[in-house]
Ligand binder design. Sequence first.
Ligand SMILES: [Zn+2]
Length: 453
Amino acid sequence: MSAEELSKLSLGDTMVTTRAGAARLRTHLPQTPQGSSTSSPISPTPSLIESTNGHVYDISAFDEDMRRRAKIGLIKDDNNIRMRFCGETDDGKKFFFHVDDDITIKVEEEKVPKCSCGIVQDEKACKHIFWILGHLSSVLSKDQTIQLAEDGSSVKNTHPAKLLQMSSLRDFADHFHWVVEDEDLPDTDELIDEVANMMSCFEPTGLLPAEFKSEDTRELSDLSRKFQEIRTVIAEHAIRYPAFFMQLREKCSPTFQMEVFFEKINKRIDGAFNALDEYIERGGPTNHRTESLDVESCAARLKSLVDKIEEYRDESLVSDAGERRDDTEIEKLAAVAYVRILEEVTGRNYDAYADSPWSMPMPPSDPRRNNLFVCLIGPASEENGFFVVDKLQDMAPHVVRHHGVDLGDIENRLRNTPLTPPAYLGALRMLIQEKRKRAASQSDGSSVKRTMQ
Ligand SMILES: [Zn+2]
C-alpha cells in the first residue's frame, strides 16, 4: 500500500458510533458459521465488531475476556488510550508506541507484540495491542472481514511489523497525527522555549518573545501575570502530550510568529514617532492615554527597537527549536523596519521644539537634545557604530538592494547637511555600492547567511 493510498483514507468519512455500529452489525451482518454460540442474543459482544472507520473484525475465536479487550481496543471511543509518541529502531525491525500512563507497546518482526501494562499473561493481546492493531489494519480494504490472532501477532495472517514496513511508520504517523520521536520533537528545554515563543504572539499587552520570556516580571500587569501562568500550564501539557505540541506548532507556525513579531515592532516604531509628535505638540504627558516622548527619550526608544530587531534576527538564525524560521523573510521584514526608522530620523533634522505651541521654561538649545537626527546619527563613528546602517551592512545584498531607491534618497539628505558625520555618509555610500556590486554578482538572488559572531 502506498503513502498516497494511506493519505486518501479519512477516518471521519465513515465514522459510526460504537453502539450504532455494533447494533447495525448485529442486525445486518450474516452470522459466521463458528459464531453460533457467541452470536446468541445473550452474548454481550457480537463475534463481528466494526471499528469507527468501518472495518469489520472477526473475533469469534476469542473467549469472552479477549472479546471484551478487543472491543475496547478496536472500537471503543472512550478507551482512554492516547498516543504520546512512537518510534522505530534504525534497522526498521522494531517499533514502539508510547501511550498514556507510561505504557509502551512493542512490535517486533517475527515476535509476539508486547505491552508493558502487564494486565494480560500467556501472550494474549491486551486492549493496547488491539488498539495498535486497529490502527494498523485501518489501512486495509474494508471489503473483507479482518481476522486477528489472539496474541496480536497477526492481522489477516500478516505480522503487524510487516504492515508497518509495507508502508512506513511515518505514513501512519502522518495519517493519525502521531508524533514520531526524534524526527518531530525538540528536547524539553527547546519545547518550553518554543511554546513561549508561540504564546507570546497572543500576549495581552503586546510583549515581544524575548520580553515575554524574561524572568523579570516586576513590570507585568495582572493580565500578563495570568497569561504567564497559563503559559506554564500549556507548556506542561505540551511536554506530556507531544501531539498537542505538534498541533500548536501547526497553528502557530514560525512564519506566523515572525509576522506577529514585526507587526508589533512596526506598531512600536509608529508609537515612538507619534509620542515625539505628541510631546512637540503638547509638551509632557497631558493624559495617561497618549504617550509622549521628548527627543532624547524617543532616540533611546528607537535605539532599543533597533536592538530588539537585531536580537530577534540573531535568535532566529541560531534557534534549534523545531523548524527553522525562514531567515530570508525575517531579513526582508527587518530591513523594511530599519529603513523606515532611518527615513523618518533623517527627515527630522531640525530643532523639534522651535515651533512648539506650548511654552517650555528652558527649551534645550543643544542640537543633541532637540534634534532627533543629531541625537542618533551625530555620534556616529567606527567606535560608536553607525545607527541602523551597521545593521544593514551585514544583511544579504539582495535584501538591501531592494531598498536602493529609499537609501539613495537618504544619502541625498545626508549629503546636504553639514550635521552628517563624514564617517556615517561614507558608511552609507559603501553599503549602497557594496550591496549593488555583490547583488549583481549573485544575480540568482540567493540568500547569503550572515556571519555569526
Ligand atoms: Zn497493554
